[in-house]
Design a protein around this ligand. Structure first.
Ligand SMILES: Nc1ncnc2c1ncn2[C@@H]1O[C@H](COP(=O)(O)OP(=O)(O)OP(=O)(O)O)[C@@H](O)[C@H]1O
Ligand SMILES: [Mg+2]
Length: 436
């Protein structure tokens, strides 16, 4: 942790004495044309508009031409005038600090939990510096999760990136919070994109709780914030995760949800003139999502790793929807939560048969893999015959495989709901008992 003096020095050093200032020359279509910044600014940079009435409006540079810089202001363009001063703030940066653990901040690193916060000493770019893929370590060891289903049937290993796909209200946030509390990691960084203010508080205080919060940094941009800020939320969280990773720590990075991150990007990109050709999403959405995912994963020699769990809202069970489809391509596994399962009250509502962890079979021993394969076979057999079984059309004894599945099914179903397990070994012992 940086000392107070170091922090003060860094804050002073970060103050730029000279800043370029442009002027508003045009206001139209929710955007602002600025003159005088073309030579110093770059797209993606931040600016601050100072209106003649004394208001400060933040904005981001979308497009540039030699004559004009186009700025998307945060919020409406009401109150802006020709000639208003536009101060160039530079590229988006943030200086995370170890003391941020346990805190709730906004995408600019400002506290939203009503306590003062100190920035760290080293500013980092929000867009991250990509790691050379050939120098990255491979996926690491299996992690204990506290949840029997993730210890056994859907293992998560260090540096793995998994997606959580579900419709609204099926239990994504609750499951993320359970993993934030139970998954073996040094620090947890959670991006909450586009939730309502009340939901953020509820999540922090009750769902995550003091135990989860004790090792977490929560970055929140609520739904009333501009799309620029909502999009930035995921980048800020990734930057904080990288800060801890570079110290050699194992970070669990979570984003809830990637769908809202992509939606925020869509608003910005369409304003910048991109077309929404991927079923309403602009083509740059692919780069946006893969870019974020690539920032997670195993680190280089001497660094820690970032294990990622990213939630995706899927309407119905439309896994072909663009955001889900793009994300699935870059993940090392996906977990599907099912509404029917949630409706019968079995949480987490994981649909094991439609979920996969690509860390298998390497993550488990031969004996464990045998148990996993057998459990899947039993669940599959039950699933295929479930209509017949429920309609009373199956008579016991006619198919030994199905008889075994019917016997194992209630036990396996209960195993998926098993929480607060102390070790992977305990979870496997429970799985073995289901299949005996
Ligand atoms: N593990 C659980 N145990 C009991 N109830 C649960 C569990 N997980 C979810 N629920 C129930 O489902 C509701 C919705 O859960 P949650 O908010 O996690 O879903 P979500 O998928 O994040 O929803 P949204 O799409 O609105 O973000 C909860 O309020 C709770 O009633
Ligand atoms: Mg949620």
């Amino acid at each position: 942790m940086a000392s107070g003096l170091e922090q003060l020095r860094a804050t002073i050093a970060a103050q730029r004495i000279v800043r370029a200032v442009g002027r508003i020359g045009r206001v139209s279509g929710g955007q602002v044309g600025v003159t005088g910044l073309s030579d110093v600014a770059a797209t993606g940079d931040l600016v601050e508009i100072r209106t003649i009435r004394g208001a400060l409006v933040l904005g981001e540079i979308l497009n540039m031409s030699p004559a004009e810089t186009t700025v998307l202001p945060e919020g409406a363009t009401d109150g802006l005038s020709i000639g208003d001063r536009v101060v160039h703030l530079g590229a988006g940066e943030i200086a995370p600090d170890d003391s941020w653990i346990g805190r709730v901040i906004d995408p600019f690193g400002q506290p939203i939990d009503n306590r003062p916060i100190l920035p760290g000493v080293e500013p980092r770019s929000l867009r991250g510096a990509p790691l050379n893929p050939t120098e990255r370590r491979t996926l690491g060891k299996r992690l204990a999760t506290g949840l029997a289903v993730f210890d056994t049937l859907l293992p998560i290993v260090r540096g793995q990136r998994i997606g959580l796909f579900a419709g609204s209200g099926v239990g994504k946030s609750t499951l993320l919070a359970q993993l934030a509390r139970g998954l073996e990691a040094d620090v947890v960084v959670i991006a909450m994109v586009g939730e309502r203010g009340r939901e953020v508080r509820e999540f922090v205080e009750h769902v995550l709780g003091p135990e989860g919060m004790a090792r977490s940094v929560v970055v929140a941009a609520t739904s009333d914030r501009s799309p620029l800020i909502r999009r930035r939320c995921a980048w800020t969280a990734a930057t904080i995760a990288e800060h801890f990773r570079d110290q050699g720590r194992h970070v669990l990075f979570m984003a809830d949800s990637i769908t809202r991150f992509a939606d925020a990007h869509r608003e910005v990109a369409l304003a910048a003139g991109e077309s929404g050709s991927l079923r309403g999403y602009p083509p740059s959405t692919t780069q946006l999502i893969t870019g974020l995912c690539e920032r997670a994963g195993p680190g280089l020699e001497g660094q820690g790793d970032i294990t990622a769990v990213l939630s995706v809202l899927v309407a119905g069970s439309d896994m072909e929807e663009p955001v889900a489809d793009i994300l699935r391509g870059v993940l090392d596994g996906h977990v599907v939560l099912d509404r029917d399962i949630a409706e019968r009250g079995r949480f987490p509502a994981v649909d094991v048969l439609r979920s996969v962890s690509r860390s298998l079979p390497g993550a488990a021993t031969e004996e464990e893999n045998r148990l996993i394969a057998l459990a899947r076979r039993r669940m599959g057999a039950y699933d295929r015959a479930s209509m017949m079984i429920q309609a009373g059309l199956y008579s016991a004894g006619s198919d030994p495989e199905l008889d075994a599945a019917i016997k194992a099914w209630p036990k396996l179903d209960a195993l998926v709901a098993k929480r607060d397990v102390r070790s992977v070994a305990e979870s496997f012992a429970a799985l073995k008992a289901c299949l005996s």
